[in-house]
Design a protein around this ligand. Structure first.
Ligand SMILES: Nc1ncnc2c1ncn2[C@@H]1O[C@H](COP(=O)(O)OP(=O)(O)O)[C@@H](O)[C@H]1O
Ligand SMILES: [Mg+2]
Length: 271
């Protein structure tokens, strides 16, 4: 009784049982190459991400993790020097095809950044602004409550929804940013080192949250924290100097990697 009441977001997460094939790929890359000007930093990456699982992308600083991640929702479009070859597919649809609207891609495939970046607006507005832009017609109060409950922030902020989001702590701001991404009703959440600016307590709250969110969303998380990758993810991709060295079940990557380079990295011999 007490347990059920104290974790309403768990109940919500279980409302919709996963109905699609367990391992159906939701995102695929085919020989993806991404360059800044002449500097190719992602060098022929082919991978297939399973739905409703957490995939971690690990690798040394500068190996192309963020660049690859931004490819998944066309955030690289904002960088003028970027060029891409190969294909990135969402449910088999080429995300870079001529008829595809990048704004719509970013609604389906949301992103959370390293540094919490709430809009300098109220908590409420942070959650409703995006949905309003794309013409959400549902009940906004409900949307706000539901999104905040999914990130376990509702109880902390329900009495200050009309106050500025900038008054929240760093950890709360990051959960708000996750709620803001969720309010857009995406299928996939991309997270680029979402805990690296947070203290250990806030970090573990976000990690707990990831476990609940994976029931509903496919999550791709970039992290340079290998313990975090081992704790939260089911699949791990190891990227080194733009090359996908290994991609497998997380347990396997950390305990019995197929490549020596992976073994060296996960045991801390370089990086
Ligand atoms: N906007 C940019 N313009 C030019 N080079 C960039 C830009 N962003 C990243 N790079 C370069 O691309 C490489 C990969 O960067 P990045 O994807 O950020 O790696 P990671 O996230 O693994 O640290 C690095 O050498 C970096 O300097
Ligand atoms: Mg990065």
């Amino acid at each position: 009784m007490v347990t059920i009441e104290s974790s309403p977001q768990v109940e919500i997460a279980r409302e919709e049982p996963p109905s699609r094939g367990d391992c159906e790929p939701i995102l695929e890359t085919r020989d993806v190459r991404i360059a800044y000007g002449a500097n190719e930093v992602v060098k022929g990456v082919t991978l297939s991400l399973p739905e409703r699982k957490i995939t971690a992308i690990i690798g040394p600083s500068g190996c192309g993790k963020s660049t690859l991640l931004r490819g998944f929702n066309r955030m690289n479009d904002f960088i003028p020097s970027v060029s891409m070859q190969g294909q990135i597919l969402h449910r088999g649809e080429d995300l870079y095809a001529k008829n595809v609207d990048p704004v719509e891609v970013r609604q389906r495939i949301g992103m959370v950044f390293q540094k919490p970046n709430p809009f300098p607006k109220t908590i409420y507005k942070n959650l409703t602004w995006g949905p309003a832009l794309y013409g959400y017609r549902g009940d906004y109060n409900e949307l706000v409550e539901k999104s905040l409950k999914q990130v376990a922030l509702w109880d902390e902020v329900k009495d200050r929804l009309r106050e500025s989001a900038m008054g929240l702590s760093g950890g709360q701001q990051q959960r708000l940013c996750i709620a803001r991404a969720i309010a857009m009703q995406p299928e996939v959440l991309l997270m680029d080192e979402p805990c690296s600016a947070l203290d250990p307590v806030s970090t573990s709250r976000i990690e707990d949250l990831l476990f609940e969110l994976r029931e509903r969303y496919t999550i791709v998380i970039v992290t340079h924290n290998m313990q975090q990758a081992a704790r939260v993810s089911e699949r791990t991709a190891f990227l080194d100097r733009g090359v996908l060295v290994e991609f497998d079940e997380t347990d396997k990557v950390f305990t019995q990697p197929a490549q020596q380079r992976t073994a060296d990295y996960v045991t801390g011999r370089f990086g």
